[in-house]
Design a protein around this ligand. Structure first.
Ligand SMILES: [Zn+2]
Ligand SMILES: [Zn+2]
Length: 257
C-alpha cells in the first residue's frame, strides 16, 4: 500500500465541520499516512495543534498568513512561540507575502514575514512559505534573512524554473499542489521536471486547489495521490516512487521520525 504525506492542509476549515472525523478516516483508507495541518492565524494555529493532539497522523505548523498580517500585535509572536512547545508542531507557517489579494498592507506583510522567520531561526524550526505574486520580495527577504540557515519549503510553488533553482541553492524544498494537474500549468510542469526528486514535496492545500479530475469540488488529503501521479508522469517514474520519496523528504524537512 502506498504511503502519502500531504504536507499542507487546512483540516480545521469550516468546510470540514460536518464530516471531519469520517473524512480523516477516509484519508487513511486512501493511503495517506501523514498530514501537516498549517495554521494561518492565531485561531487556526490553535486548531492545528488540537487536531495534531487528536489524530496520530496529523502534525501541525503555527504562524500567521500574509492575509492576516495586519491582525498581528506584539503578543502574537509570543503566542506562536508558546504553541511550538507541543512536540507535534514541526514548522512556523504558513507565513509569507500575498500581493494578489493584498489583504494586509505590503509593508506590514514584509515586517511580519521577517519577524516569523526570525522566530523560526530561534526555535530551530523550518518555515512554510506562502508566495503569491510576490516572488521578487520573497527572494529579497530570503537573502536578507539568510533563509538557508533556517530551512523550509515554498508551498504550492507558483514561481518560474529560475526561481526554483535559486530556492534550491538556498536549500529550500519545493511543494507541488493540485494546479499542476490543470491544463494551463505550463510553468509548474517545467518546475517539476527541473527540481530533483529529493527536494520535492506534495500537498493538497485542502479544502482549496482541488486537482483534476475533481476540480471544483472540496479538496481533501486523499486527493494528494493525483498530484503524485502527475509528478510520476512528468518525471517518467512510478507513482509509488514519488510517494515514497516525498514522504521521506517531508519527514526529513520537518524532523518527523
Ligand atoms: Zn498558502
Ligand atoms: Zn495553505
Amino acid at each position: 500500500m502506498m504511503k502519502l504525506f500531504d504536507t499542507h492542509a487546512h483540516l480545521d476549515d469550516g468546510r470540514f465541520d460536518e464530516d471531519r472525523d469520517s473524512m480523516i478516516s477516509q484519508c487513511i483508507e486512501d493511503g495517506v499516512s501523514l498530514i501537516l495541518n498549517a495554521g494561518s492565524n492565531i485561531e487556526t494555529s490553535l486548531k492545528s495543534v488540537s487536531l495534531a493532539k487528536e489524530y496520530e497522523l496529523i502534525y501541525a505548523s503555527v504562524g500567521v498568513h500574509p492575509h492576516d498580517a495586519a491582525t498581528m500585535d506584539d503578543t502574537s509572536i509570543d503566542i506562536i512561540g508558546e504553541l511550538t512547545s507541543n512536540p507535534k508542531v514541526k514548522a512556523i507557517g504558513e507565513i509569507g507575502l500575498d500581493y494578489y489579494y493584498d489583504f494586509s498592507p505590503r509593508d506590514i506583510q514584509k515586517k511580519r514575514f521577517i519577524e516569523q522567520i526570525d522566530l523560526a531561526r530561534q526555535l530551530k524550526l523550518p518555515v512554510i512559505v506562502h508566495d503569491r505574486d510576490s516572488h521578487g520580495d520573497v527572494m529579497d527577504i530570503f537573502k536578507k534573512t539568510r533563509i538557508n540557515e533556517v530551512g523550509g519549503v515554498l508551498h504550492s510553488f507558483s514561481g518560474s524554473v529560475e526561481m526554483a533553482r535559486e530556492c534550491l541553492k538556498m536549500g529550500l524544498y519545493i511543494s507541488i499542489s493540485g494546479p499542476v494537474t490543470f491544463k494551463n500549468a505550463v510553468k509548474t510542469v517545467e518546475v517539476v521536471k527541473e527540481v530533483p526528486l529529493d527536494m520535492l514535496l506534495i500537498e493538497t492545500d485542502s479544502p482549496y486547489l482541488t486537482p483534476v479530475p475533481y476540480r471544483g469540488k472540496r479538496n481533501y488529503p486523499g486527493y494528494v495521490r493525483y498530484v503524485a501521479e502527475k509528478i510520476a508522469e512528468l518525471k517518467g517514474i512510478t507513482v509509488e516512487e514519488v510517494a515514497q520519496k516525498t514522504l521521506e523528504n517531508g519527514k526529513r524537512l520537518f524532523g518527523i521520525l
